[in-house]
Design a protein around this ligand. Sequence first.
Ligand code: SF4
Ligand code: SF4
Length: 58
Amino acid sequence: MQSDGESMKVNKNCVGCGQCAAFCIVDAIDIKGKAIITCTCTDCRKCIPYCPVKALEA
Ligand code: SF4
Ligand code: SF4
C-alpha cells in the first residue's frame, strides 16, 4: 500500500535518536533534530515498537 505520507505521525516525544530510522526497511525516516516520515513510507507500522519514547503513531 502506498501512502501519502500523512498517515504515520511523529509526536512531541521524539528526541531524534534515530533508532526508528535504522529499522525502517524502505528508509522512509529522515532524522533532522527529530524524525520526519517521508513519502516513501508504506504505513507498514513496523517502526512503532522500536521507538523507546513512543513517539511514532499510526
Ligand atoms: S511505517 Fe514502515 S515504512 Fe513507514 S516509516 Fe515506519 S517502518 Fe518505515
Ligand atoms: S525512535 Fe522515536 S525518539 Fe527516536 S528518532 Fe524515532 S521517533 Fe524519534
